[in-house]
Structures are given as C-alpha cells and as structure tokens.
Ligand binder design. Structure first.
Ligand SMILES: [Fe+2]
Length: 308
C-alpha cells in the first residue's frame, strides 16, 4: 500500500516510491529505491522534500500504524474513512483492470463492470470522499491508470452532486469518469510511459486516445451517450483550443465540462515520473489562472466544495 509520510518518519527498510518536492530539495537522483543505508535515511530526514511516498508492500511501514496524513494520531473517524476508501479501491481494481486490459487486446469491454465500480465509488464519496481522493493521489507508475480513473470518477460524482444533477446522470457521469481515458490502451506503452518530452509523432498518437476510446465504447452498443460524449470530448476546452474537434463554449456539454475539470485537477495533484504533485490549493490557483480552459462556475464550485 502507498502511504505519504513526512521525511522525518523515514527509516531503514522502507521502499521509496516517490519524493515530493523539487530535485533541489533532496539529494537522491532517483525516486524509486529501498532505504538500505542509515546514511541515506539521515540524508532523507534532513532534506527539504515536502513529503515521501512509501510502498509498504515492498518495504517496511512507518513505526506508527497510519501515516496517510501528516498527523501522527489521526481521529478514529479518519481511520474509518481511510479503510473505506482503501476497500473501495480494492473492490474496483479488478473491475477496472479487466476493462482496460480487454481494451488493450481489442476484446469486448465488460461495461457492466464500470457500473458496478461506480456504485462502490459513489457510495464511498458520500461518507469518505475526502479520503478516497487523498488516497488516489498516491499513484505509483504501474497503477496510475486505474487510480486516476477512480479519482476522476469520484471527483466527477462529487461535483455532479454539488451541482444538483439527478442520480441517473450522476451514475452516468461517474462511468464517464472511469472510462474517459480507456482509449489510452490503444496508445503504444513506450509512448505512454515515456518520461522525456514527446515528439510530434508521439504527441499525435496520444491525442488520438479520445477517438480510440469513443470507437472502442461505441461498438459495445450498451454505453450511455453521456459516457461516449465524455470519452470523445474530455480534452475539449471552452475557448476552442482543445481536441479532437476544437469545440467551443456551449458546444461542450456540462458532462464534459465537469469531467475535464476533474481530470486535470487529479493529474495536477498526483506525482508522476516527470513532475511532483501540486498541492490542491496550488492546483486550484493554476486552473483558475488558465483563462478560457475550463467552465469557471463549475471550477469554483469544485474548489468550494473541496474547501480549497
Ligand atoms: Fe485523456
């Protein structure tokens, strides 16, 4: 399991999945390694890294049982929320993984899995939403795709509820959040996993993923129209600068507007091989500064409801 800890909690035998902060803030040239030398533990403890993400399946845990938050003794209610969030991820993982793997090999996508996963996610968002969003921010490279899908689905459900959409629409939006990037399964892995900047050809391959996803889902025959809309258009932008169709303003549905905001917010607040995770407030500020990209009313509603 991934946990975010303070650098001061580092100890021998931990497996470091990621170090948050700029390269200048810590002395390690690589992010993923086991802390096997006392000297490295001390270097990490005394570094200016903002946080460290450890994988307790690959190394030892922190001395205290819970370190998902930076408080050493979380309220029992937070513990319950965290457990609920982790259970939701465990329940959803096989469902999402099978859909995405089938998309990769060109097989039939069991879309009913998405509906099942959305039930788990929507229920969790009602009482443990904050924990689910926090836990899914801790993504390792090999689990980025499915955790990003869960996070976007959860955020979309949260924002759709805040806006007051009906439950059927909320479920469809949640499904769209889960499946919005399924077309990435048709993009070559070496392009998807590349940490260096993409060249024009590779960028072109990535930019085809909305169309790939739409085609994959449309041929299933039982996918709600809202989900198809989200899949095809989640990279469209209000000012017409998005892709694949360069839709402008009112041409972009509310379902797509909600999903594109949640997609970018989760991507910004997650660590990747090539960038550190932004803290939620900085991500909110950046998105608000990007004039013409997002629906500002919905953006404000999301940030207000997340208490940023
Ligand atoms: Fe995408």
């Amino acid at each position: 399991m991934l946990k975010r800890i303070k650098p001061g909690q580092a100890r021998l035998g931990m497996f470091i999945e990621a170090i948050e902060g700029s390269w200048a803030d810590h002395p390690f040239w690589r992010n993923q390694f086991r802390l096997d030398r006392a000297k490295d533990v001390e270097r990490l403890k005394s570094s200016h890294a903002t946080a460290v993400i450890i994988d307790t399946d690959k190394g030892v845990d922190v001395a205290l049982p819970i370190a998902m938050t930076e408080r050493s003794s979380p309220h029992p209610r937070e513990n319950l929320s965290l457990k609920r969030a982790l259970r939701t991820i465990e329940q959803s993982k096989p469902l999402i993984t099978e859909m995405f793997e089938n998309a990769r090999i060109g097989g039939t996508i069991p879309v009913s899995h998405a509906a099942q996963a959305v039930e788990h996610i929507a229920a969790c968002m009602q009482d443990s939403g904050k924990a689910l969003i926090e836990v899914t921010r801790l993504k390792a490279r090999d689990e980025y795709t499915f955790l990003h899908s869960i996070a976007v689905s959860g955020l979309v459900v949260h924002l759709a509820r805040a806006v007051g959409l009906d439950e059927k629409m909320i479920r469809d939006l949640g499904m769209g959040g889960l499946l919005h990037d399924i077309g990435k399964m048709r993009v070559p892995l070496k392009v998807l996993n590349k940490s260096a900047p993409l060249n024009d050809v590779e960028m072109g391959q990535v930019r085809l993923h909305p169309s790939h996803g739409y085609q994959l889902l449309a041929k299933q025959g039982d996918v709600p129209r809202v989900v198809l809309d989200i899949c095809l258009h989640h990279h469209e932008r209000i000012d017409g600068s998005g892709y694949p169709n360069g839709l402008f303003d009112k041409q972009i549905s509310i379902a797509v507007r909600i999903t594109s905001i949640c997609d970018v917010y989760d991507a910004l607040t997650s660590a990747r091989a090539y960038k550190k995770a932004w803290n939620p407030r900085d991500a909110a500020r950046l998105m608000l500064e990007q004039e013409g990209q997002f629906d500002r009313r919905l953006l404000m509603q999301l940030f207000h409801s997340l208490r940023l």
